[in-house]
Design a binder for this molecule. Structure first.
Ligand code: ADP
Ligand code: UVW
Ligand code: MG
Length: 414
């Protein structure tokens, strides 16, 4: 049996890697992450068994690729990490690739699959390019290792046609693959399994509204274990605002962003090429544009330091509850639980409280004590924070784990 498996999660603001023993289920050996890639201070966290370290990073890490190399160097230089003493010990690397286009399942990387993925890389500009660079690094430097790519979009392959179709020319839509794909699916898959286990239900009978709120934020309606709607779209820009992403806006805003561009003459768009618009909406918007910080823990505070911090918080809450209302209707009110996950969903008691209080008309309740206690114990993936536990619809926190989800499938399916 192969020995060690490495699981890599390149997010928009962080790179998280975990080494697992190749067992069923996989057993974590060491976990390392760099967070704050889009803003300083950048932090390195490392955990092996009971040993945990956290430090600020002095050298400059400008991209997920840099972060990945930094993480590998630090892990391989830990003399106690005997299961990954050298690259020879690693049998598989699993990679999170956000946009999988038409791939509805994980694929092993070879020339053909790699080439196919590079063709769709601009559909998830914050994610696919760096993730594929990391895949390339692994293929080059860990030659004997099998690289498996898992796609955020694959979980949403069950989206009904009228949900995934945009009302535009279907000739053009079909030719260019313009449809709703949806993301954070590796996380939703982990959350669905964890929640179904916790509730003692079959996955096929589990109905959830799940929020994955981190630097990138999305929400998903799960009916009978299947994604039936989700807030992200063709790219991870749609839906909820993120740290640097606008989320939903009137698409015409693109043409009016500058006074000059607003005039819509052929020359007026000279400085507003569509890729610049993408750059602005993906990298220069979101709560960073309102407050100057990507760090939501400085926004979600009892006494916000400025009116714009308060505004950013109110916007995020408003957009979230809009989707919850919509999905509650789409699920015909049959909701086992409302689930908070992702860096912010798991850590911000204030955000959870604000969201649940505004959704009380749907029957959701929150226990103040349990909510502020949050999810602490690492082994407890799921925590019920409803006022009356056991009564539907519940309100839960799930500590999602995309690295584990990929490792879980690899030990079972490859
Ligand atoms: N205690 C906290 N309260 C609110 N937000 C937090 C807290 N801790 C971390 N965050 C936020 O979580 C986000 C990162 O979430 P994560 O899901 O790890 O992001 P990603 O995977 O997109 O890189 C950052 O915006 C960070 O500021
Ligand atoms: C799809 C997406 O936005 O991912 P992340 O939250 O990891 O940036
Ligand atoms: Mg993430």
């Amino acid at each position: 049996m192969p020995k060690t498996l490495l699981s890599v999660n390149a997010g928009s603001s962080s790179v998280k890697i975990t080494f697992y023993r190749f067992e069923r289920p996989p057993k974590a050996i060491a976990d390392a992450q760099v967070t704050g890639i889009t803003s300083s201070p950048q932090t390195f966290k490392y955990k092996r068994g009971s040993r945990e370290t956290k430090e600020q990073i002095d050298e400059s890490i400008n991209s997920p690729q840099d972060a990945f190399k930094f993480l590998l160097e630090r892990c391989f230089s830990d003399p106690e990490l005997s299961e990954a003493a050298s690259t020879e010990d690693i049998a598989y690397v699993c990679h999170r690739v956000v946009h999988g286009g038409d791939y509805s399942d994980a694929v092993e990387i070879n020339e053909e699959t790699y080439h196919h993925l590079t063709k769709i890389e601009n559909l998830a500009p914050l994610h696919n390019f760096p993730a594929l660079e990391i895949v390339r690094t692994c293929v080059q430097e860990l030659r004997h290792v099998k690289s498996i790519t898992y796609f955020d979009s694959a979980f949403h392959k069950t989206l009904p046609k009228h949900i995934r179709t945009y009302p535009i020319s279907q000739d053009i839509a079909n030719r260019n693959g313009l449809r709703k794909y949806g993301f954070h699916g590796i996380s939703y898959s982990f959350i669905l399994r964890s929640l179904a286990e916790y509730l003692g239900k079959d996955r096929q009978e589990t109905n959830l509204i799940v929020m994955h709120i981190g630097s990138g934020a999305s929400i998903c309606a799960i009916k009978n274990g299947k994604s039936v709607d989700t807030s992200m779209g063709l790219t991870p820009l749609a839906g909820l605002p993120g740290a640097t992403r606008s989320g939903d806006i009137d698409p015409s805003l693109v043409f009016h962003y500058t006074n000059e561009a607003g005039k819509l003459s052929p020359t007026s768009t000279k400085d507003m090429h569509i890729s610049i618009a993408e750059e602005i909406l993906n990298k220069r918007s979101g709560w960073k544009a309102l407050t100057g910080t990507t760090d939501f823990s400085r926004i979600a505070v009892e006494h916000p330091p400025s009116e714009n911090h308060k505004l950013a918080f109110d916007i995020v809450v408003d957009r979230i509850i809009g989707f919850i209302g919509s999905y509650f209707v789409k699920l015909d009110g049959q909701v086992d639980a409302l689930v908070f996950a992702g860096g912010i969903g798991e850590k911000s008691a204030l955000l959870r409280k604000a969201v649940v209080e505004k959704c009380r008309c749907l029957g959701f309740t929150i226990d103040e004590g349990k909510n502020s206690g949050g999810a602490k114990d690492e082994d407890d993936a799921v925590v019920d924070i409803s006022k009356e536990p056991g009564k539907s619809p519940r309100v839960m926190i799930c500590q999602t784990n995309e690295q584990f989800e990929m490792a879980y499938h690899t030990v079972n399916e490859f």
